[in-house]
Design a protein around this ligand. Structure first.
Ligand SMILES: O=C(c1ccccc1)c1ccc(-c2nc3ccccc3n2[C@H](C(=O)NC2CCCCC2)C2CCCCC2)cc1
Length: 233
């Protein structure tokens, strides 16, 4: 039975990532707003673009705190952010969705999202992902590491020095693996499960532009930042 030990430097890395993640939290008010009223597709789309725009800004701040990220080639820094922003947005949405709320609120939230304006065909893959994240009951540290690992994916489009990104991602993967063994001793497959979610995220990323333009409304307006990040308009 391998004795899993978190080293001193891994503890320091965990603290840096977890603190950065907690400091850069999106206000959970999107769920509160959605529970308050039923909005039109246009209002929901505006809410989405506002939330997503501020989430991208939060993501950039979080990323700047990942040790070594700012020493990467500058074009590669942009390529990593651009390549992971949609996945990070879905990861964050899944965490908002999975938060236990007073009885009945989770069902109301799901219903509001189902009727928000997203086209039917994307509901199933999106909610499948949210539920597969929810059942994992990730702790904050795992969420923070998983977000950092998603950002530090070496094979994003246009990344030139993939080895440099791998060298940053590996210690995160090793730390997450140890954390999973320590946090979920009764689930030996838990770490593999988390990585499987990253594969599911990539499929959502794959058709994100189609998901956006198929919102049941015409004239989808985006902020300049989202045009950049979401490859639309
Ligand atoms: O179509 C979508 C899309 C967007 C970008 C790229 C590809 C697809 C697309 C469609 C819904 C959700 C989505 N899944 C959610 C799960 C739980 C709670 C809210 C959620 N949302 C949206 C949201 O605001 N997400 C925030 C969450 C914080 C971080 C930034 C994003 C609202 C927007 C108001 C209407 C209802 C859903 C997330 C995404």
């Amino acid at each position: 039975k391998e004795k899993v030990e978190i080293t001193k430097e891994q503890q320091a890395l965990m603290k840096v990532i977890a603190d950065a993640y907690n400091r850069h939290q999106i206000p959970q008010d999107v769920a509160k707003k959605l529970l308050q009223d039923q909005y039109s597709a246009e209002e929901n789309f505006l809410l989405l673009t506002e939330m997503a725009t501020s989430q991208v800004q939060v993501l950039v701040e979080f990323t700047k705190n990942i040790p070594g990220f700012l020493s990467l080639n500058h074009e590669d820094q942009i390529a990593l952010l651009k390549g992971s922003a949609v996945e990070a947005m879905f990861l964050r949405s899944a965490q908002v969705f999975s938060k236990k709320m007073p009885n009945g609120h989770n069902e109301v939230l799901e219903d509001r999202i189902r009727r928000s304006g997203i086209s039917e065909e994307f509901m199933t893959p999106m909610f499948n992902f949210y539920k597969s994240i929810g059942v994992l009951h990730m702790v904050q540290e795992e969420q923070a590491l998983l977000t950092a690992i998603t950002i530090l994916t070496p094979d994003r489009p246009y990344v030139k020095d993939q080895q440099a990104v791998e060298r940053l991602q590996e210690p995160m993967l090793d730390l997450l693996r140890k954390l999973c063994v320590l946090q979920h001793p009764q689930k030996p497959q838990y770490f593999a499960c988390l990585l499987g979610r990253l594969t599911e995220l990539r499929t959502l990323n794959y058709y994100h532009a189609e998901m956006l333009t198929s919102w049941r409304m015409n004239d989808h307006k985006f902020t300049p930042l989202l045009c950049e990040i979401w490859d639309v308009e």
